[in-house]
Design a protein around this ligand. Sequence first.
Ligand SMILES: [Zn+2]
Length: 301
Amino acid sequence: MQKKRRNWRFKKSFLVFCAVVGALIILLLSVLIAREMRPPAKTGNPGSAAQGQAELMTEGEQTKPDKPTAAPETIVQTAPPTSLPPVTDPNEKVLYLTFDDGPSKNTTKILDILDQYGAKATFFVIHTYDGCEAQIKQIYERGHAIGLHSYSHKFSIYSSMDDYFADLNQISDLVYNATGVRSKLVRFPGGTSNTISKDYCAGIMTALAEELPKRGYYYFDWDWDSTDASGNTVSADKIYQNSIKAAQNDDHHVILLMHDAPIKTTTVEALPRVLQYYKDQGYRFDKLSETSYTYHHNPNN
Ligand SMILES: [Zn+2]
């Protein structure tokens, strides 16, 4: 009888032990899952499902016209930084506007709007047409930074390191001929986190992200997306709403992605409102430089 009772006690203790261990495992799993689902760790930024979307949505060009891979609301925040930005004063609010894929017929309009707000910006240019040097010179002379995006903007530049640098040297020469300055600022077509490069060469983005600094270049991604490339004609209102999210989330250092392609007329339309909003929130407008705040996406290839 006593033995039976002891046995039963032992079974009971064993069951309690199992239950406790089980509960601990479940707790541990929940913590791990919660951590996985957490948004990118950038102070002040919103929780969103964007991290999972970062792979799909990069610089916008990967998406087919009018067929965004995700709702614009979910792709505003992109991948987390791989290095801490050299922020000297975290209380200072700075907006770094960046315009990719120009120059275009919209460039002069953009420059005029920027002038109205005393704003400086960064233009990551490509070879849009023969003779586009004149417009690049104009951007530079009006006080903005010229960055190297690509000469051809074809994703085949990612076929090899040599192909990439052959294209980069071409746009570097074009910018040098236009401005007399060798720009060291770079933005990868599709951004560092693009996955389309996988179709051309496995591991190329990881290799390039390591190689560029060795060759004296500074590459920049963006921490907020205006989503003007999520379709051919995104409404000015949507661009405005997505562009101001960084300020609404009290992010003090903001590199905002916009495009200066001919079709992006609604970007021009939204721009004054975006600038006015940031101005009202106490931001100053600056261009990127070799010593400025930076933001890197993690390579996905
Ligand atoms: Zn581009």
